[in-house]
Ligand binder design. Structure first.
Ligand code: ADP
Length: 494
């Protein structure tokens, strides 16, 4: 690998982590490389934090929680988070270039990864300022006479936030800002492939806000042990995590000995049930587009399309037309809708799963390999697999690539049964000409969230969480804020 040129817009982020108010490198000076997935070139370095660095960060967060007013001063937190909002806004174009450099996300579709999370900072600042932290629970009869009860919502304490690489700035913010606004102190551990969306966040907090030393810390590292150390540290009260189900299980186990509160948003294998009365020309091109825009690196994307046998060929044709002509290419070029996979390892995993699908009898309709015109960069062709056995590996495992599987069904009951045949339950979709019929089907899907006719379930104002092995707890909405608070009931003489 050679060093990246900067004329494409590639931009290196800050190498330093933030511990106890100081931007710093790890003691040994060790670094790890950050590779731009569209060029396969090294774009720069990040400091390679250690388990000891993590222990110092947790100690700082513990002290800041136990010994400062942060947990009690709502107005000051509001002030600091509004400063953060304004600072992120000032740094927006820099953050966008860093995001594209790390992830390879097409510039055209960065809005949900840059503008949305910045707006969410303001949302949580206002939500937290207006939240009722003391609620009168009324008078209750007890054997010793009437008791007046009040519910006092209090921050959980030190929150460890562990984030993945697919939407790094968005999740760094989604996992930490409501926690901070609720009065917790935080240690953020970003993913190895995307350290800069974390280090830049730390730099902005340190240089452009009044957030006190220790309240917010960022530790980057190339080692999984550093995230594991955070999730096992007895001084940490809560872990909030987004990532794979396998890592989620490890985090739950690591927190068991101290009974840590754990908020998990894990894998998905969501189904899109297309009912026989649906408008195929609107539902299916949109489904194909959603599968490709983030190179399929999205946990909520419905990757299993269930088509009625009576309209099966028509549906496949519409999906194929969209996927075969999909604009894949250089993420810096406006109009590109699908960039590369984030790494060669991820691309090989996707290609391996496609092969396993074909080996298990699925029919390759389009794609299946590397685009011929894009030999450099970790690109994958948009891929459509039909006649997929719902029990096969490709129908059961999360692919995280621009791949749709299609399975035919006969009745609505069959469709619901196939949709529910999964260890996951994150999101889902139903398309139908009859919204009430679609709603009835949506209610029978064992999944956390459902979109009907393209009208998305996802947004800051509504709870989002997975069922089954897709997660525990909620982000967003009132439920999402309360995750970062304990409800303490205080009984007193009436
Ligand atoms: P992927 O397999 O796609 O990299 P992961 O779920 O393993 O996704 O990674 C998500 C985040 O979890 C990353 O920040 C990673 O460093 C972290 N991580 C990985 N292993 C562990 C672990 N055992 N304990 C805590 N965090 C971990």
């Amino acid at each position: 690998m050679t060093t990246a040129q900067t004329d494409t817009g590639v931009l290196a982020g800050d190498e330093r982590m933030l511990i106890d108010g100081e931007l710093q490198l790890t003691g040994s000076g060790a670094t790890f490389e950050v590779v731009h997935p569209a060029s396969e070139q090294v774009a720069g370095q990040a400091t390679d934090g250690t388990v000891e660095d993590m222990a110092r960060a947790v100690g700082a967060a513990r002290r800041a929680f136990d010994e400062t007013d942060w947990s009690r001063d709502v107005e000051f937190r509001h002030h600091c988070l509004m400063q953060l909002h304004d600072a992120l806004e000032r740094n927006k174009e820099r953050l966008r270039r860093i995001l594209i450099t790390e992830v390879g996300c097409p510039v055209t579709v960065t809005g949900s990864q840059i503008e949305s999370p910045i707006a969410e900072v303001e949302h949580w600042a206002e939500h937290g300022r207006n939240f009722d932290y003391l609620v009168d629970n009324g008078v209750h009869e007890t054997p010793l006479g009437p008791a007046q009860r009040k519910i006092h919502y209090e921050p959980v304490g030190v929150v460890g936030a562990i984030t993945p690489w697919n939407v790094p700035l968005y999740l760094n913010i989604a996992e930490t800002v409501p926690a901070l606004m609720a009065g917790n102190t935080v240690v953020l551990k970003p993913a190895q492939l995307t350290p800069w969306s974390g280090t830049e966040y730390g730099r902005i907090v340190a240089e452009e806000t009044d957030i006190p030393a220790g309240v917010f810390n960022v530790v980057v590292s190339n080692a999984n042990e550093v995230g594991a150390a955070l999730s096992a540290d007895p001084r940490v009260d809560m872990i909030t995590f987004t990532g794979s189900t396998a890592t989620g299980r490890a985090i739950l186990a690591a927190g068991a000995s101290t009974v840590k509160k754990t908020l998990l948003e894990l894998g998905g294998k969501s189904a899109h049930i297309v009912l026989d009365d649906a408008d195929f020309t609107s539902a299916l091109p949109m489904a194909a587009m959603m599968a490709c825009v983030m190179s399929g690196q999205s946990c909520i994307m419905p990757s299993r399309i269930l088509l009625p046998r009576s309209r099966y060929d028509e549906g496949i044709e519409l999906l194929k037309n969209m996927m075969a002509g999909f604009p894949v290419g250089d993420p810096w070029t406006p109009g590109t809708m699908q960039g590369p996979q984030i790494s060669e390892g991820q691309r090989q995993k996707v290609l391996g799963l496609i092969k396993s699908g074909i080996d298990s009898g699925a029919r390759l309709v389009t794609g299946g390999g590397i685009p011929e015109n894009l030999p450099v960069g970790y690109y994958t062709q948009p891929t459509l697999l039909a006649d997929v056995d719902p029990d096969s590996q490709i129908a059961q495992e999360e692919i995280f690539g621009p791949v749709l599987t299609v399975t035919p069904y006969d009745t609505d009951d069959d469709a619901v049964a196939i949709a529910n045949n999964s260890i996951y339950g994150l999101s889902g979709e139903v398309s139908s000409g009859d919204v009430e019929r679609a709603f009835a089907v949506a209610c029978r899907m064992r999944t956390g969230n459902v979109t009907i006719n393209g009208k998305s379930h996802f947004g800051i104002g509504s709870p989002f969480g997975g069922t089954k092995q897709s997660g525990l707890g909620y982000r967003n909405g009132e439920e999402g804020y309360k995750e970062y608070l304990d409800a303490k009931t205080i009984g007193m003489p009436a």
